[in-house]
Write a protein that binds this ligand. Structure first.
Ligand code: PLP
Length: 404
């Protein structure tokens, strides 16, 4: 495929108009939106309105003018992106904190089941939080197995299977339908971490029959650094699970100011404290960018962009660790190379921002809202050049710095 072919693909791309909604620096090829999404222009205006008018002028009256409902309102905006009903999603706290809430609740469903089962090499916070959750429940433990052994490890002591749908390093994607079914046949609940899925691959929690889910909003959803995360509980579980972080915002009547805790009905019981409204305003503006965008169009374009980089990687002789079958992968591509760190640095110096994951993974994110076919082709050409002329071996690229 030539540059002209990629230009033609851009001209025919229904998502090409979305690029103008993002404040990306000119000339930069940003292939790290799977780690920190870029700034939407609308976020700047929304933050200004939040600070100057809602906080500055309206002051405490704003709680009754849209603030108090923000966690459920934003949850309803995320719901269509994950195949959930609007009353099954709420926004608040971080993914780590939401994992703690849901894992703790799932461990208390059946006293005969006290094991959290998860994948070796899962995203660190998922395993670390699971360790903390089992430490707080007598007799509970964490069992970690290779991804190929998960289905066989669903024994009758498992309370909850915790999986990250799309792997942060390799972009391998689990079969959500099959594993949810296997988990239910084993009598356990499943908790899907959708941090690398939402806004990237089509997710249908309802069709899969999933029980619980969490996910991050500062990656493909562009909610801003540290944006509040989301939490999903299938309707059938909503009255049966309760948050261990029983804060006043999750109380059935927060403004009755009673001593005793009683959980709210529905999703509000998963709130702990006061919602961070400045961050919520930024996230809401970024969610509105997604309104009206067809998830399947996004995924089809992601798959096309993936092929462009896979071809470039093959031409450069790089080992690709991401599955070639689109049904088994997410929206980034990862190459394994002993000098992955130096290659990532050499790419950044040439205006291509991707990232490195210890010890030997070069990771490039494909985000169809603001990357075109020609952009990705250019990034691939730069990658090929960096490998072919061995410019990554220059001493300035070898020194490791703080992680990005
Ligand atoms: C990014 C990511 C998180 C982030 O958790 P935070 O609490 O926001 O730091 C969690 N899980 C997975 C799988 C992720 O990719």
């Amino acid at each position: 495929m030539t540059r002209d072919d990629h230009r033609a693909a851009d001209a025919a791309d229904p998502l090409a108009i979305c690029r103008a909604q993002f404040a990306l620096p000119a000339g930069l090829l940003y292939l790290d939106g799977n780690s920190l999404g870029p700034l939407p222009h609308a976020t700047v205006a929304a933050m200004t309105d939040m600070v100057e008018r809602q906080w500055g002028q309206r002051l405490i009256r704003s709680w009754n003018e849209g603030w108090i409902d923000a966690p459920t309102r934003l949850g309803a905006k995320i719901a269509p992106l994950i195949g959930a009903h609007s009353h099954e999603v709420i926004v608040g706290d971080s993914t780590s904190v939401n994992l703690y809430k849901l894992l703790s609740a799932a461990l208390r469903v059946d006293p005969q089941r006290r094991v959290i089962l998860s994948e070796a090499g899962n995203f660190p916070t998922d395993l670390h939080v699971a360790e903390g959750a089992v430490a707080a429940v007598p007799g509970a433990s964490l069992r970690v197995v290779d991804r190929s052994a998960i289905a066989d490890a669903l024994a009758d002591d498992v309370a909850v299977l915790l999986l990250t749908h799309v792997h942060y390093k390799t972009a391998e994607r689990f079969d959500m339908v099959a594993l949810t079914r296997a988990t239910h046949e084993a009598g356990a609940l499943v908790l899907w971490d959708l941090s690398h899925s939402v806004g990237a691959v089509p997710v249908d929690l309802t069709a899969a029959g999933a029980d619980l889910a969490v996910g991050c909003t500062y990656k493909y959803l562009n909610g801003g650094p540290g944006a509040p995360a989301f939490l999903y509980v299938a309707e059938r579980w909503q009255d049966r699970l309760a948050s261990p972080l029983s804060g006043w915002m999750g109380h059935v009547e927060p403004f009755a100011f009673t001593d005793a805790y009683a959980p709210s009905r529905g999703m509000k019981r998963w709130l702990a404290g006061t919602p961070p409204m400045l961050a919520m305003a930024a996230l809401e503006a970024s969610l509105d960018v997604w309104a009206g965008i067809d998830r399947h169009t996004v995924w089809e374009k992601s798959a096309a962009l993936w092929t462009i980089l896979a071809d470039a990687g093959r031409a450069a002789g790089l080992e690709c660790v991401t599955p070639a079958d689109p049904a088994h992968r997410g929206s980034h591509i990862s190459f394994r190379h002993p000098a992955a760190y130096a290659i990532a640095q050499a790419l950044i110096a040439r205006g291509v921002i991707g990232d490195f994951r210890d010890p030997d993974i070069l990771r490039l994110g494909l985000t169809p809202l603001y990357l075109g076919h020609e952009d990705v082709w250019r990034a691939g050409e730069i990658l090929r050049n960096v490998i072919a002329d061995r410019s990554y071996t220059a001493p300035e690229y070898r020194q490791r710095q703080a992680v990005t």
